[in-house]
Ligand binder design. Structure first.
Ligand SMILES: Cc1cc2nc3c(=O)[nH]c(=O)nc-3n(C[C@H](O)[C@H](O)[C@H](O)COP(=O)(O)O)c2cc1C
Length: 198
């Protein structure tokens, strides 16, 4: 609970969004753009980049967190909630997302910054299963890290090519509405966790 910030001076709850794909035309980054468009009043979603993180290595960690790790941890620490937008690789989350989670989960440097944070998950993938297997992995991992996982609404987008245009912008109004509802629930969830009632 102590890692959930009080309302910021401007009354806005900050959400650090992590996109588990580094691809330029990523559908999942398209989901992030849609999330920013439909975020509720009182919430500000910004991306916490993970593309410059080195591969996790305890020897490197032992010499002190590299700058991109420090920056990621600081972003999460300064946020009231986390939004994880995951692709699906081989029925699991991508290596780059797992790498980011592994770095952020460690108690060195700024500490285990994920603990106590509210978190919502969603994702887009090429198959009709729409990241359901990847999200199941997150549903297993995140509570282990003492995160408060928003149970629902669940958002599985697939086959992605049917729901985005050529610029990887979301074109599906039903999904956009579901995203609006999920983010409104995340805001309520974040306030609940901050109140200590969760
Ligand atoms: C290594 C690899 C494994 C993949 N495995 C799956 C999979 O298990 N299920 C699935 O739905 N799509 C799978 N895909 C396809 C991805 O869903 C697709 O590339 C998607 O566009 C990735 O998300 P992005 O657009 O945000 O980069 C895989 C892609 C890669 C590169």
């Amino acid at each position: 609970m102590d890692q959930v910030n009080d309302l910021n001076a401007d009354g806005i709850y900050e959400v650090a969004a992590i996109v588990g794909s580094l691809r330029r035309a990523s559908f999942n980054r398209g989901l992030l753009r849609a999330a920013i468009e439909v975020q509720p009043d009182g919430m500000r979603i910004t991306e916490a980049p993970i593309g410059e993180l080195p591969l996790f290595n305890e020897d490197v960690e032992g010499e002190g967190d590299p700058v991109p790790v420090q920056e990621l941890k600081a972003r999460i620490l300064a946020s009231d909630a986390v939004l994880l937008i995951t692709p699906e690789y081989n029925q699991s989350i991508s290596g780059v997302l797992k790498n980011a989670i592994d770095w952020a989960s460690r108690s060195y440097g700024a500490g285990q910054v994920l603990a106590g944070k509210p978190v919502a998950i969603l994702g887009a993938s090429a198959t009709p299963y729409g990241t359901s297997r990847a999200q199941l992995e997150l549903r297993r991992i995140l509570p282990y890290l003492s995160m408060y996982l928003l149970p629902k609404p669940e958002i599985y987008v697939g086959p992605a090519s049917q729901h985005f245009d050529e610029q990887s912008n979301l074109t599906d109004e039903q999904i956009r509405q579901r995203l609006r509802e999920q983010l409104a629930k995340l805001l309520d969830w974040t306030k609940l966790v901050a109140s200590g009632a969760a």
